[in-house]
Design a protein around this ligand. Sequence first.
Ligand code: HEC
Ligand code: HEC
Length: 276
Amino acid sequence: MRFNRTRMTIGAGVAFAAVSLFLTASSMNRGGKTENTEGKRIYNTYCLACHGMDGNGNGPDAHLLKVKPTDFRKGVFRFKSTAGSALPTRGDIVRTLELGVRTTAMLPQLQLSHDQMEDVAGYVMSFCPKFRTEKPGKVVPIPAAPPRTVALIKEGKSLFTTCAVCHGTNGEGDGPIAATLKDDNGRPIRPANLTERPLKRSNTPREMYRTIACGVNGTPMASFASSFKPRQIWSLVYYIESITKNPNPGKKLVGEEKIGAKIDKAAYEAWMKSGK
Ligand code: HEC
Ligand code: HEC
C-alpha cells in the first residue's frame, strides 16, 4: 500500500484530512515492513553522521561544518512549498533529498530510491512533535510562467529595490544590513549572492519562484507570496536570472559540498554517476 495512492483514492473532505493526519502520525505499512523501521535504518546509515542520533543536528561529524546540519526537533525547514513558518509537506523533504542544499554539506541523496526517500522523510518528521499536532501549511501554487520579455525583466529590476537592503543593489549579497543578519539559531547568515550559481535551492526558475513566494524559514528572508502578485514574482525570477554570471556551473563541488563528499561518500558517488 503506497501512501500517495491511498491519499488519492480516499477523496476530498473531512474524512480525507482526518485519515491523512492519522497516516502521517502513525507508522505506515509498505511491502510488509513498517516504514519507520526502514526510515530509521536509512537514517542511521546515511544521515546520522551529520544530523545526530536524535535528530538534533549535532552528529559526530557536525563539528567539521560551518553551515550546521538542521536540528529536526524544531520543525524549522528552509526550503519548502508552504509559506513562512508553516510546516513543510513530506514531499518538500523528499525534494530536499533529491536536490540537496547546494553549497552546504547536504548533498543530493541519490543513493536512495524514491520510496527510501519517502521513508526517511517520515522518520525525519518523527523527531519533531509538531508534525503530530499541526498540519503542514497550504501549498503555495506556482502558476505557469509568463513569457520572458525585456519589459518584465525591467519590472523585476525595479521591484528588486525591496530586496536590495539585504541582497545589495546589484544582487551580490552585500546590502547595507547584510553583515548584521542572524538566523533563528542566532548564527550569522549572509544573504545569497544572487549573481553566483549554484544557490542553495533556487537553481531553476520554478524553485526560485518557490523560494521568493515561500521565503527561507528560520532566516530573515521572508515569504513574499502575499506582498507580490504571481506575475511580479516571475519578474523577479527573470531579473535575477538576467544578472547571473555563471548560469550553468555543472557538478563541480562548491563550498562545504567538498566536506560533505568526504563524510557522505555514498551520496557523493551516486550524485556524480547520476544524470542530475
Ligand atoms: C555531510 C553532512 C550531512 C549528511 C550526511 C546529511 N545532511 Fe541533511 N543537512 C546537512 C546540512 C549542513 C544542512 C543544513 C543546510 C542549511 O541550513 O542551509 C542539512 C539540511 C537538511 C534538511 C533541511 C533542509 C531545509 O529545508 O532546511 C533535511 C530535511 C535534511 N538535511 C535531511 C537529511 C537526510 C534525510 C539525510 C540522510 C539521508 C541527510 N540530511 C544527510 C548536512 C547533512
Ligand atoms: C531581510 C533580508 C532579506 C531580504 C529583504 C530579502 N532576502 Fe533573500 N535572502 C536573505 C537571506 C539571509 C538568504 C540566505 C538564506 C540561506 O542561506 O539559508 C536569502 C536567500 C535568497 C535566495 C536564495 C535561496 C537559495 O536557494 O539559496 C533568493 C533567490 C532570494 N533570497 C531572493 C530574494 C528576493 C527576490 C527578495 C526581494 C523580493 C529578497 N530575497 C529579499 C535575506 C533577505
